[in-house]
Design a protein around this ligand. Sequence first.
Ligand code: DGL
Length: 270
Amino acid sequence: MPIGVFDSGLGGLTILRALQKRLPEQAFTYLGDNANTPYGTRDAYDVFDLTTKSVQTLFDMGCELVILACNTASASALHRMQVSWLPKGEQRVLGVFVPMIENLTRRDWGDNAPPTHTGLENVAVFATRATVESGAFPREMKFRARDVEVVGQPCDGLVDAIEAGDMAKARQLVQGHVATLIKRLPKPQSAVLGCTHYPIVEHMFRRALPESTKLLSQPGIVADATADYLQRHERYAQAGETQYFTTGEVGKVGRLAELFLGHPVDWQKV
Ligand code: DGL
C-alpha cells in the first residue's frame, strides 16, 4: 500500500523529493498527468474531472492515501472530492496548501479554534491563475488568522516554461510577476510559492523579492505535515520503493524529471 503522490505534471516531484527525504523507508507511487498539463489555465470542472480520474488510477493501483501535490487541484477540486466523490471507506486524499497556511499562522494540524491575531499582516501568494481565482488560499487563511491581507499573483506561463525546461523564459516570467505584485504590495512580509512547480525556480523568486520578505518553502512543510499524519494514521505507512508513472511521453518526461529529482528514474506509462 504505497502512498500516492499526484500532480498535473512534474511539479509534484518537488513534494515527492521532500517526502522521500523525510520518510526514507516509505513506499510512494508518483503519477504525473503530463498529457494534460497545465491545469492552472483550466476551469474548476475540468480540474475536478482530470484530478478524480488520476486519483482513481492511484486507488486502483492500491494506494489508499493520495497526496494532491498540486495546489491547483487542492484549491479547485479537493473540497468537492471530499464532499461528493471520495468513496466511503479508508481511502483518503490530502491537499498541499492547508499545511502551509497552518505553518504561516503557527497552527497545529486540525486546530479548528476561531481566528486569532498571529502577527502576520500580509502575505503574497504566487500561484497558477486557477489557484488564485479559486479564492481558496485567502478563505483558508481567514479561518485561522484575523487581519491578514492576502495578495494573489497569477504567474501565467511559468508552469509551461518549467515543464519545457526553458529556464531563461522562467527567469523573465518570475521577474515580471514579482514586479507586478510589488506594485500592489510593495513590502510583502511573507511570500508563498503556491504551485509545486515553483520550488524549481525558488532562487529566482528569492532574488526578485525584497530581502526582508520571508519566503515559504512548501515541500518541507508538506513533508513534515505528512509525517505527522502518518504517526496518527499508521495504517497508511508502508516501507518500499518509489514507482513513477505518467500519462505523457515516457522519454520526454524522464529527461525533464531529472531537473526536478537530480537523478534519472524509470517512468512507466499509464
Ligand atoms: N503544480 C501544480 C500546482 O501546484 C499545477 C500547475 C499546473 O498544472 O498549472 O498548482
